[in-house]
Design a protein around this ligand. Structure first.
Ligand code: SF4
Length: 329
């Protein structure tokens, strides 16, 4: 069960990592430059922020705990909630003022907001001092974009392209030594009528089975105890790889990994929730016996208007099978 990986950060990393490090040396001398990454929104964004931190660490940056003292500040944005968008612009106003005093400060904006053309244009027009703009699907390009910024050009790349779908081998600097977020599928195909995700994150792209199993094995070897598998629609994992019950099979395989740890996942879509998935959850002792299954509405007319693709009865049916495992749901 292999996913599409058209770009490997590992095999291509020497291209711009080296050039970028040389430019950083010119700008900062022997002093270690520092980064501050602020991720807004969902766990998926937090996981992507950890990859940005990993790349910056690999470039020689160390983490700053105060935005005022960071040499590079990256706002990893969310487009789902208007409040999060407003907060980004407030942060940006403050950062631009800071940059007037600390002229060497590099400012980057990434994440879902940047994927909307009107927001990207607004940032470019209102905040020309922003150095980096890039979407969530091209995090691996950060060394290249940063290199351009260090050469006093703009590092801008925000178009969704399904050719650049799954990135493997990116370094990760996690926020915890116990809990780990592991994305298994990116994007969404569902087009719920109220949601922007398919437009900013693209269509569903599953990571390869082997890449996920290897990552979880390494995490467990390194002492992680709590693994959360992530996806906008986590239980449609594997469909784009033409694998039936791919998510149930993945849980089953992960459960076989030796070690004392537990597995969670979020978020599930009712239309993809199957009896075989419930059976696997019930039979796998490392898989936590709880799941998030958004109802959204108790009215079929509203569910249809939301384009949720299930009815109230279909939702209730999920909760009723199988009787043996229903007691723990
Ligand atoms: S399934 Fe979730 S992420 Fe996908 S369109 Fe619907 S609400 Fe948005």
């Amino acid at each position: 069960m292999e996913g599409l990986c058209l770009y490997s950060y590992v095999s291509n990393k020497n291209l711009y990592l080296k050039k970028c490090k040389e430019m950083l040396l010119l700008r900062f001398g022997e002093k270690h430059p520092t980064f501050y990454v602020h991720s807004f929104g969902c766990q998926g964004n937090i996981a992507e922020g950890e990859k940005i931190q990993g790349i910056l660490s690999e470039l020689g940056f160390s983490k700053a705990f105060d935005v005022n003292f960071a040499d590079i500040v990256i706002l990893n944005t969310c487009a789902i909630r208007e409040k999060a968008e407003c907060r980004v612009f407030t942060h940006l106003d403050n950062l631009i003022n800071l940059k007037k005093v600390c002229t060497n400060k590099i400012i980057g904006i990434c994440g879902c907001m940047v994927q909307q053309e009107h927001i990207k244009q607004r940032i470019e027009e209102r905040f020309p001092a922003v150095d980096l703009l890039f979407g969530p699907h091209v995090i691996y390009k950060l060394p290249e974009l940063l290199y351009f910024a260090l050469c006093n050009k703009k590092g801008i790349y925000s178009n969704i392209s399904n050719k650049e779908s799954v990135q493997e081998g990116l370094p990760t600097l996690r926020g915890s030594h116990i809990k780990a977020l592991v994305p298994i599928i990116y994007g969404c195909n569902n087009f719920c009528s109220y949601c922007i995700v398919p437009y900013v994150k693209g269509r569903e792209r599953s990571r390869s089975f082997s890449a996920i199993v290897d990552e979880v094995k390494k995490l467990v070897e390194n002492g992680y105890k709590d693994i959360t598998l992530l996806g906008q629609n986590v239980n449609s994992y594997g469909k784009d790889l033409n694998v039936k019950d791919g998510f149930a099979k993945l849980l089953y395989e992960l459960n076989k990994i030796d070690g004392n740890f537990r597995i969670r996942f979020m978020t599930s879509h009712p239309k993809d929730f199957s009896k075989s998935l419930i059976d696997v959850i019930a039979s796998c002792n490392k898989v936590c016996r709880h799941f998030h299954l958004p109802v959204q509405s108790g009215c079929d007319r509203i569910l249809k208007a939301m384009n949720r693709k299930y009815t109230v009865n279909e939702y209730l049916n999920i909760l009723s099978f199988p009787p043996a495992s229903a007691e723990w749901v």
